[in-house]
Write a protein that binds this ligand. Sequence first.
Ligand SMILES: Cc1ncc(COP(=O)(O)O)c(C=O)c1O
Length: 486
Amino acid sequence: MTNVHNARMSLTIEVDRHHTLPIYLQICERFKAAIAAGHLKPGDRVPALRGLATQLNTARGTVEMAYDILVDEGYLQMRGAAGTFVSSSLPGSVTKGAPRRVRERAAPLRAVVVDNDAKPLRPGLPALDAFPRKVWARLVGHRARGVDIASLTYPDPAGFRPLRERISTYVGLSRGVECVPEQVFVTNGYRATLELILRSLSKPGDSAWFEEPGYLLARNFLIEAGLTLVPVPIDEEGLDTEQGELVDANAHFAFVTPSHQSPLGVTLSLARRMKLLEWADRAGSWIVEDDYDSEFRYAGRPLPALKSLDRDDRVIYCGTFSKVMFPGLRLSYLVAPERAIARFDQITRSMNAGPPHLLQAAVADFIAQGHFARHLKRMRALYAERRTLLADAIVKAFGERVSMELPAGGMHLVMRFTPTPNGPVDDLAVAARAREAGLAVIGLSAWYLGARTKRSLRGIVLGFANVADSAEATRLARMLRRAYDG
Ligand SMILES: Cc1ncc(COP(=O)(O)O)c(C=O)c1O
């Protein structure tokens, strides 16, 4: 570690020769950090090349490379013989205090931490150990090697045409969603889909039905985007449409997970589906169907998608490759109602949206060559097994303290805490302790938008797809039990 302190500008430059980051990049990082922290201010002179090189005991060329980058990026300005200075016109976002302000404004709506990494029991994560990585690497490599000039230009903002064709065939066959490729828009994950929907169809002041409890990440995104969410309770038939109509008959959207409610796992009954569609037609509202994990079904045949019953063209069907392939892809899609195709088209063009060509092409190949169908079939069998492993281990570790139904589909379990003589169990506290122990579980209360009421269920939502064997299931269930005991 070499350390240089420049008293006049209270600038500390440290470089670490054992770090994987090259020294010139470390120098860049240090300067940027010093500017962000206010130790270096616009107009300050920075050390001369030779001087800094000597102090850091490195070659002059190394410091020169760093300064060149900082100049190119606009952080520094070279003024000939006068020396090198911090740019006098740096935007507020890179100078003192800005990161703190941004963080303050973006304070979470409700303090829910959802890990992006693969900690045990993380809900929603597919079996990463079982993805055919070699096949995938081959397909991506093939596309990368065969790259031609045409594929270097801007991709179609609505999505790579062959992938749109594959998706339209797939949702037709597997989910009863009959559509043409022009209705399919490829996006960068479900929340990007939501953004496209809002930009295309929403206006300020719109309200929307949202499942209570419901998918917390979508909920937070929609609130941040300015929508007023109206919580509509979930019962054993799914979304209680009558309640929705009572509270807000004119909502502009209804966001629903009909196949496998997130998080409770119920399926929206046929009667409710019809009521929801009738309401949307009457009110001129849009139904956003999030069909995130319907491919995984372990008992009986899944009901076709709600979109398959959509005679009045009011349903926007949303799918994702996060569960059926892996979430690092950031690929998802929507099927637009026919009447809204032109609008979605216009907005995707104005955003110049659309994921990178290379990944879309590799996914189209993955589907076309049969790997997709094969993978799904294997995962259905594997998840059915892992689901039972974890459920058995939880029941063994908790006994009467929890009730749990084996979910008919999906990749997560919901364990519900039996109330104790002292009242309901504080599931958020249990989840927090479990998280401290390294598990990525989420308390069920966190999925409620409204205040916790007597009706709110208390429990834990946990993903089972990555539980490798019964020994691991037992170990994880015991960790959870310790978190429960406090
Ligand atoms: C209810 C629900 N919808 C959609 C998604 C998919 O999100 P994305 O496509 O951003 O990975 C998830 C992922 O966990 C989910 O749980």
